[in-house]
Ligand binder design. Sequence first.
Ligand code: ATP
Ligand code: SF4
Ligand code: MG
Length: 384
Amino acid sequence: MTQTSESSSDATSDGTDVLVEASDLEVYFPIKSGIIFDRTVGHVRAVDGVDLTIHRGETYGLVGESGCGKSTLGKAILNLEPPTAGSVVFDGTDIASLKGEDLRRERKRFQMVFQDPMSSLDPRQTVENLLLEGMRAHGLDTDKDATRARLRELMSSVGLPVAALSKYPHEFSGGQRQRIGIARALSVGPDLIVADEPVSALDVSIQAQVINLLQDLQDELGLTYLVVAHDLAVVRHISDRIGVMYLGGLVEESDGAELYDVPLHPYTRALMSAVPVPDPQVEDSREQILLTGDLPSPANPPSGCRFHTRCPWKQETLCDTERPQLRVVEVDGASASHRVACHYAEQVASGEIQPHQVEAVSVESGFTGPVDGPDAPPEAYVGV
Ligand SMILES: Nc1ncnc2c1ncn2[C@@H]1O[C@H](COP(=O)(O)OP(=O)(O)OP(=O)(O)O)[C@@H](O)[C@H]1O
Ligand code: SF4
Ligand SMILES: [Mg+2]
């Protein structure tokens, strides 16, 4: 799926061509309090220091627990959520620096496909009007015949009949509505599509059709995707590279299949161990890691490694004092593009340090509910 272009000035040393480069990206949401005066009493650190590169023509899959900041990161990359700090360079241009007409012109190059097509499509508009809306906003509807032809072409691209143009969103099934959502994103001719849980609201039988459609469109149009998904099977199927997110930061990044074969970060290992394997013998013998507790609050993240309050491999030094950076490690099976943010990744991989039972760590809960006290989660159990 990955395409390369030798002409780009943004080509990396391995010849791949960078379309998006996010550096030290932060998105903090203020927490307000007070009846008369609106005081800011803290911040939700939804995205907290992310470096992310997406190559032209690839699919980058983003996984992680609910609330870890995946959607916010996707929106920040599209400038739909203004970053608190850091930069997003899109095809050589820092999009945070764009204003007015320049930003509007650039916007048609990056589009979003949402999880729930019903809530993202205005129910009072026909499909034709929904598609025309974006085209008009970008001045792409000036010639009537060409616009008509473009609308037919869009319907055909997403596998819907031309007659669908005169219908309303409620007249379609969930899968068909997602096809309309995709057609709307395509209507302005983007380079990058951020698809946020594009199939998780659909029946399993329909999910594969929509995933296949996204892949066909990528091949045909040379699109670049950032796909956010809970379902590790979906991400594995569609992604060239995968990033694992935990509490606002990337904790591991690698080529698609390698992440499943050689997961290095304790959090990734726990995620992988939760995916059922069809072979009962393999299923019975493989590593199972159950994590304790909920995700700590992003309003008050743990010090050091954000995962230390739940990590079965946590050590006495470094883990709760220094935040680990993404780095390449020398581990069998891990390639040079595989990076992990764990101080002890080599020792975890070699078995030199072993998982242990995690004490129920008291984490100040910030603003999303207590982690200790009567509602405390059970202690971790790690079975291997
Ligand atoms: N507009 C907002 N204002 C305040 N807090 C927000 C806002 N949007 C998101 N958050 C908070 O930021 C954190 C990250 O949210 P986000 O929606 O990005 O997570 P996610 O990984 O996409 O979760 P999910 O898998 O449930 O969609 C959460 O704690 C969320 O409550
Ligand atoms: S740095 Fe420490 S706490 Fe964090 S994942 Fe590695 S071993 Fe666990
Ligand atoms: Mg989300």
